[in-house]
Design a protein around this ligand. Structure first.
Ligand code: GTP
Ligand code: ZN
Length: 313
């Protein structure tokens, strides 16, 4: 067996079963992709900016399916409109897709499909956080990071930071790994332990969970399925960079740091005692690539893992 086939075997299989256009308040439409996989029974998602970023598993032709079937599961080019009859050709926009005659797989050509080989795609791998994204929690920065990722992918350049955006092309892989994989119920217990004095790392350990049991390999399979090869990854987490790379298939060509908004703009972003402790623990105990600003005024500890933030990987 070659090294290549061993690696491929070890990768989870991710299959996109449906995609739909969602108009958003962020500006551009997004294309929400729902994935199944052979590792867990969770519905992981890819929030895709750019109609032309195509899931190979979704677009491949299936035996006996009609053009209507393909449109219903989202395997169409261009835009749907009332009365449209072909998934593979959008007559109004003059777009069409080609397929391999034998296998039925999408023949990705640059007139209809994003070139994930030469382009560097702006990507965020995000783990679910009900409290931070839905219940306005000021214990963590997940909601802020999620919004910021969407804005950065939509824009060509963020004015204040100078960060080059995705100009409407990019992906947020949304993994259902609530509470770094321990689930919401256990995360709520961890919060009570935190109110009793533990930090986010100690709380997981006290509950007999790993500090971070997440496996990002499903995210890797999803990105590869979307035809993406070179990514600019929005993260401060060195584990994500390490886990997401797959030699010959997926490379992180740049890390784009996510500096908390409140650190750069005093009156914006999340300001709470809890988030200061949370970010401090990530820097000091989880090796996150963020440099603590002088304005962070909670008690100091030794911080052996603190790194200056850098965009080079
Ligand atoms: N167990 C536990 N999980 C938490 C806590 N606070 C947030 N989380 C979870 O931590 C995860 C945050 O993950 P991400 O946003 O992907 O970020 P990250 O690993 O911090 O890395 P970045 O890419 O730098 O943001 C989510 O699954 C949250 O639900 C906590 O106090 N305890
Ligand atoms: Zn969170």
């Amino acid at each position: 067996m070659t090294v290549d086939s061993v690696t491929k075997k070890a990768m989870p299989e991710a299959k996109c079963i449906a995609r739909a256009r969602i108009p958003t308040t962020q500006g551009p439409d997004i294309f929400l992709h729902l994935y199944t996989n052979d590792r867990d029974d969770k519905e992981h998602l890819a929030i895709v900016f750019g109609e032309d970023i195509r899931s190979r598993s979704l677009f491949a032709r299936r035996p006996n399916e009609t053009q209507q079937d393909r449109m219903i599961r989202g395997a169409y080019v261009g835009k749907l409109y009332p009365g449209r009859t072909s998934a593979d050709i959008d007559e109004r926009l003059g777009l069409s897709m080609q397929f391999d005659r034998e296998t039925g797989e999408l023949a990705a050509d640059s007139s209809s499909t994003w070139d994930g080989h030469t382009e560097k795609t702006l990507v965020r791998i995000h783990s679910e956080c009900y409290t931070g994204e839905t219940a306005w929690s000021a214990r963590c920065d997940c909601g802020e990071q999620f919004d910021r990722a969407g804005k950065l992918i939509a824009c060509s350049q963020e004015e204040e930071s100078g960060i080059i955006g995705g100009s409407g092309h990019g992906v947020i892989v949304y993994l259902r790994q609530e509470g770094r994989g321990i689930g919401l119920g256990e995360k709520l217990k961890a919060y009570n332990l935190q109110d009793l004095g533990a930090d986010t790392v100690q709380a997981n350990i006290l509950l007999n969970h790993p500090v971070d049991g997440r496996d990002f390999s499903i995210g890797k399979s999803i990105l590869i399925d979307l035809g993406i090869e070179n990514i600019r990854l929005l993260t401060n987490n060195p584990d994500k960079i390490e886990q997401i790379e797959e030699p010959g298939l997926l490379t992180c060509v740049e890390r784009v740091p996510m500096v908390p908004l409140h650190w750069t703009h005093e009156h914006q972003g999340i300001d709470s005692k809890e988030i200061e402790g949370y970010l401090r623990t990530k820097i000091e105990r989880m090796g996150h690539l963020l440099q603590r600003p002088l304005t962070l005024h909670t008690q100091t500890h030794t911080h052996t893992h603190a790194h200056a933030h850098t965009t080079a990987v």
